[in-house]
Design a protein around this ligand. Structure first.
Ligand code: ZN
Length: 489
C-alpha cells in the first residue's frame, strides 16, 4: 500500500466535450473531500474541481480512497506529497520506439515526411534485436520520467534475418521499466518494387503478416480492464501496405477483440499518393477496408476535410494528435478544436523519436496547448482540455476504461510533479495549468503504475539510467555505421 499524504493539489481531469461520457464502472464518489458527483463527462474541469490537502490511499493496483486525514495502515509506504501536483498518469497513443536511435540526424533535420522516410529507411533496415530492446528501454524510460504511465508503440519494421520475437522484446523492456504497455503489431507489405517507399528487405508478405499478427495476439493481448499488456494491429499507412493487408488486419483484430491503428491524413503527399494509387482519398480507402469505428484510431489526422471529420465523429474513430512531430516535419496543424466540438475522440502522442525528437510527454501536452492556438486563437483550447485528452482521452483510445482517472476504484496510475520548484513560482493560482503554461523541466518526482513505483525521487526504480544511455548510444552508433553514416561520439 502507498499513502500519498497532504497532496498540494489533486487534479481531476475530464474530457472536454463528453466523447467518453460512458460510465467507467468505477466509483466516482470520492467522499470526504466534497468530490461526489464528479463524473468523467460533461464540461472540462477547472481549478475549482481540484482538491487541496487530501490524501490518496493506493491499495494493490487501485486507488482505494481520496480524502483528508487518511490514517496510514500498517506497513504502508507514506509519501509526503505537500509539494506535489498529483494527477492521473499521461497516456501516449503513438510512438516508434526504435527511432530513438536515429534522432536528430543532420541529413534529414529539415526534410519533410516522404524524403525523411526514404533516407531513414536505409538506416532502419539495419535494426536488430539489440536495437529494438535498447531503444524500447530508452523511450519507455523517457516517457516514465515525464509523467507517462500507459503507452503504445507502433513497430512496423520487420527486417529480414530478425531472429527474436519482436513484440516479446518490447514487452520485456516495458515490464522492466514498469509501464502499462499496449503496443501494436505493425506491418508493411508494399515496398519499392510495388510502388511503396520502404526497401524490399524490411517488408513482409501478406500471409506472413497475418500469421505473425495472429500469433502475437494470442500470446500477448489481454482483454482485462486492468491489463498490463494489450496488443493492437497496425498496418503502417496506406502508402506502405496493400488494401488486402488492411482488410486482413481489421478482420483479425475484431476476431480477437483487439484495436486497430494506422497513420492517416498526415501529409498532402499522402493524399496525392492515395488518389494516384487507389483513385480515392485516404479515409475512403480506410472505409473500404472496414478500418473505421470506435475500435480504430489514426495517428496525425491533419488533412481531413469537413466531410471526413463528420465521418470520424459518426463512426467514433479516434485521432492521436502529435503536435511536435507535425511541427518538426512541417506537416500541418491537426483540427483538434473542431474534432472535439464534433465529438471525435482525440488523444495525445509524442510520435516516433526521429520526428520529435524526444519522448517528453508533459512537453507534448504543452505543444498541443500552444499549437491549437496558432490555428484557432487564444481560446482555441484550454489547458484542462489538453490534460483531459492527455489522460482519459488516451486511456479510452487504447481501450482502458479504468485508467486516466482520479477516482476511487480507478487504476492507480499516477504522476506526481513538484510544483514548489522555482520555475512554477508565481504560477500557482492554477497549479494544474501551470504544468503546461510554465516550467522547463518536465520530470516527475514520483510515478506510480498499477500501484507500484516506477519512478521514485526522480530516478527509475526498475532500470539503471546510465546503462540505458550507454547501451542506446552504442546501438545507435552501430546502426548508423552499418548504413555508412558518420557517428562520432
Ligand atoms: Zn508515426
Amino acid at each position: 500500500m502507498i499513502l500519498l499524504k497532504d497532496c498540494f493539489r489533486v487534479v481531476r481531469t475530464h474530457y472536454g466535450s463528453g466523447q467518453f461520457a460512458s460510465t467507467t464502472g468505477v466509483a466516482s464518489n470520492t467522499g470526504g473531500a466534497g468530490t461526489s458527483g464528479a463524473g468523467t463527462s460533461g464540461a472540462a474541469s477547472s481549478a475549482d474541481d481540484d482538491l487541496s490537502g487530501v490524501d490518496i490511499l493506493i491499495d494493490g493496483k487501485r486507488i482505494r480512497k481520496i480524502s483528508k486525514g487518511i490514517p496510514a495502515p500498517e506497513g504502508c509506504v507514506v509519501v509526503d506529497a505537500s509539494r506535489h501536483e498529483v494527477m492521473p498518469g499521461l497516456v501516449n497513443t503513438h510512438h516508434h520506439f526504435y527511432q530513438t536511435l536515429t534522432r536528430n540526424i543532420p541529413a534529414v533535420q529539415d526534410a519533410k515526411l516522404f524524403k525523411w522516410l526514404v533516407y531513414l529507411y536505409e538506416i532502419w533496415k539495419g535494426v536488430d534485436e539489440e536495437a529494438v530492446y535498447w531503444s524500447s528501454k530508452l523511450a519507455l524510460a523517457e516517457l516514465a520520467k515525464t509523467g507517462c504511465t500507459l503507452t503504445t508503440d507502433h513497430h512496423y519494421l520487420y527486417p529480414q534475418g530478425f531472429k527474436e520475437d519482436l513484440p516479446g522484446l518490447q514487452f520485456k523492456a516495458a515490464s522492466e521499466i514498469g509501464l502499462r504497455f499496449a503496443p501494436t503489431r505493425g506491418s508493411m507489405s508494399r515496398s519499392r518494387k510495388d510502388g511503396g517507399l520502404p526497401p524490399d528487405t524490411v517488408v513482409q508478405d501478406e500471409d506472413t503478416i497475418l500469421a505473425e499478427s495472429e500469433a502475437a495476439l494470442k500470446k500477448y493481448h489481454d482483454k482485462a480492464p486492468d491489463a498490463m499488456r494489450k496488443l493492437a494491429l497496425a498496418p503502417c499507412s496506406p502508402f506502405s501496405v496493400s488494401e488486402r493487408s488492411m482488410k486482413d488486419a481489421a478482420a483479425l483484430a475484431r476476431r480477437h477483440g483487439a484495436r486497430l491503428h494506422t497513420h492517416l491524413a498526415e501529409t498532402l503527399d499522402e493524399d496525392d499518393f492515395c488518389v494516384k494509387m487507389y483513385g480515392r482519398r485516404p479515409l475512403r480507402v480506410m472505409q473500404d477496408c472496414d478500418f473505421v469505428g470506435p475500435d480504430v484510431w489514426y495517428a496525425h489526422g491533419i488533412h481531413f476535410n469537413d466531410e471526413e471529420l463528420k465521418i470520424l465523429a459518426e463512426t467514433g474513430t479516434g485521432v492521436a494528435h502529435c503536435p511536435s512531430s507535425n511541427m518538426r516535419l512541417g506537416s500541418g496543424i491537426c483540427r483538434v478544436r473542431e474534432m472535439l466540438d464534433l465529438g471525435v475522440p482525440v488523444s495525445l502522442a509524442v510520435d516516433g523519436s526521429a520526428s520529435n525528437d524526444a519522448s517528453d510527454m508533459l512537453g507534448e501536452a504543452r505543444q498541443a496547448l500552444l499549437l491549437q492556438r496558432v490555428r484557432y486563437g487564444a481560446a482555441g483550447i484550454t489547458a484542462r482540455e489538453v490534460l483531459g485528452l492527455a489522460t482519459i482521452g488516451g486511456a479510452r483510445i487504447l481501450g482502458y476504461d479504468q485508467a486516466g482517472l482520479m477516482e476511487e476504484g480507478a487504476l492507480a496510475d499516477l504522476a506526481l510533479f513538484d510544483v514548489m520548484k522555482m520555475e512554477y513560482a508565481g504560477a500557482l493560482s492554477d497549479p494544474a495549468a501551470a504544468l503546461l503554461f510554465s516550467g522547463y523541466n518536465h520530470g516527475v518526482d514520483h510515478l506510480v503504475v498499477n500501484g507500484e513505483f516506477v519512478v521514485r525521487d526522480r530516478r527509475l526504480v526498475g532500470a539503471d539510467e546510465e546503462t540505458i544511455r550507454v547501451e542506446a548510444n552504442r546501438c545507435a552508433k552501430a546502426l548508423l555505421e552499418k548504413a555508412g553514416v558518420k557517428a562520432e561520439w
